[in-house]
Design a protein around this ligand. Sequence first.
Ligand code: GAL
Length: 346
Amino acid sequence: MEVLKINKQEFGETAILYSLTNDNGLTMNVTNLGARIVDLIVPVNGEERNIVLGFESAEEYLTKDIYFGATIGRVAGRIKHGSFSLDGKSYQLPVNPENGHTLHGGTESFETKLWDAEIEETTNQVSVTFSYVSPNGENGFPGELKAYVRYSLTNENEWIIDYQAETDQPTLYNPTNHVYFNLTGDMTQSVGEHELFVYADRFAVVDEDTTVTGELRSVEETPFDFRKTKSVEQVFQTTYEQNSLVDGLDHPFMLNQTGFEAPQAIITAPEKDLTVEMYTDRPAVVIFTAQFGNEGPEVRGQKLANHGGITLETQVSPGAVEFEGFGNIELYPDAPYQSRTIFKIK
Ligand code: GAL
């Protein structure tokens, strides 16, 4: 039976929720508030399991956690002291008063905007393309930036994210998606019992304030060696300084290979009844294990556990504007931005 379809409904006062369903009964709900994923509901052994953190109305995002599932931009991660130079010109972005850096493009960035949306249904997938025009100078960034993010749900159980952008002046651009997975569907459970594979020989060392230091370190003989699948729990238990500093993972992993031939990361549920494979053309993935302690919000009526989710934020590693070897996030008018990440549910 063919069920591939998209439905539209209100999501709080001003936002819209798009519900995408494929022929296998997977449902992905996305909203134009922050071009965000809200739910990813997978049938497992005859039951429905929602495997991402999300809330039940747009307003909840504004008050509880604005980054859950959102498109992050213009620049994912921290820009140290909010300063950078581009083509010989220096720029100072507004910084977060608590730590003096600019996180996720600054406050009230992509994640708080109501994006335009267009839907498309083809034979094998349903898509929503979100678009947002970020004015010249928004949050201190030069250039008017036209950003597009297309989410597709395919009959191969893939969630495909296609990013495109163009600018009218040289600028920086390094978007990601801030989805948190918890493959148990029970957000009161830590993701410690999940297994993780990451095809990365090196990770970026961070400071106490979670900015990268510029050191790229081998994962060999550290809790960061996920080249052989391991449980996530070890990064919560270890006394390795890089983990105790941030109470888990909040680090960029430099991927050994990019593209869509083989997954660069895999998360497996504790019962091994579900996996999510990540494929990307980006050179790094930032993995954050939701160390919110007791500060975690209520998620769909349940108190989120500490370490109640895990992100796979594909991007160029933070530090690209300061350090050699971290990649390049400059965007120029003559070379529009394009990138793709796929999460495949198995
Ligand atoms: C992550 C970041 C964390 C934290 C989180 C938002 O991407 O690395 O340090 O700020 O976003 O809660």
